[in-house]
Design a protein around this ligand. Structure first.
Ligand code: DC
Length: 221
């Protein structure tokens, strides 16, 4: 009997500003794979919660909000109940709120199947904090992208300034350090380096060099 073909999954985790987003997008485009930016799901929920005046600690209201929201990804945009929210979810305020709501087990469970629904043939590049550990524990290739706090804050600074935001590098560095500890020290699905993961330090690598390194690992499988 013919064996059913399974999508090839590349799972990429790493802290804020490690370059996961751009690297994963480029990788998925090169391979013609699907792409999951799991952080943006937390961001959309955070954005919706903020609009509804729901506190980050109000877990039941957050779960209700997820059940009643229509989150959609198209090639270049993210939509919430028919509104384009691609830029609105990228502010520092939403970064913080997303990290605060991400501590809830009930919320994480509520979006688990949705995240897994992105896994389709021929393959998927999924990035976030728990892609290698919880969402795709059987991924074919697992990567942990890292960079120093200094480098990550600088990248974020340049990114936000280029979009016309008024930001301060030391405030950004402080926020990244706080977000790191919330994402790594939480009880549920913390950011960890799983033992099968290839750890790539990206301080001295361009995005394209990082993509090439991952492609090299991919070809070696
Ligand atoms: O990747 P990002 O910076 O857009 O993610 C925003 C926040 O969402 C991050 O600080 C923690 C949370 N998050 C998470 O807990 N698990 C994921 N898989 C992705 C993001």
């Amino acid at each position: 009997m013919l064996k059913k073909k399974k999508p090839f999954v590349i799972a990429i985790d790493g802290p804020a500003g490690s370059g996961k987003g751009t690297v994963s997008q480029k990788l998925s485009a090169k391979l013609n794979y699907h792409y999951l930016d799991s952080g943006s799901i937390y961001r959309v929920i955070a954005y919706a919660a903020q609009k509804e005046n729901i506190e980050p600690g109000s877990i039941n209201s957050l779960v209700d909000l997820v059940a009643n929201s229509n989150i959609k990804f198209t090639a270049k945009n993210i939509w919430l109940n028919g509104d384009r929210v691609s830029d609105e979810i990228r502010t520092e305020l939403i970064s913080k709120f997303a990290s605060e709501i991400a501590i809830h087990d009930k919320l994480r469970t509520a979006i688990l199947d949705y995240q897994r629904s992105f896994c389709k043939l021929p393959g998927l590049v999924a990035e976030g904090r728990d892609m290698t550990s919880i969402v795709f524990p059987d991924a074919d290739l697992k990567i942990y992208l890292n960079a120093s706090v200094h480098e990550r804050a600088n990248r974020r600074y340049k990114q936000l300034i280029s979009k016309g935001n008024d930001v301060n590098l030391s405030d950004l560095t402080r926020e990244i350090v706080k977000r790191d500890s919330r994402d790594k020290d939480r009880e549920v699905s913390p950011l960890v380096i799983v033992k099968e993961a290839w750890v790539l330090e990206t301080d001295d690598l361009s995005e394209n060099q990082t993509v090439d390194k991952i492609l090299g690992l991919f070809k070696g499988i």
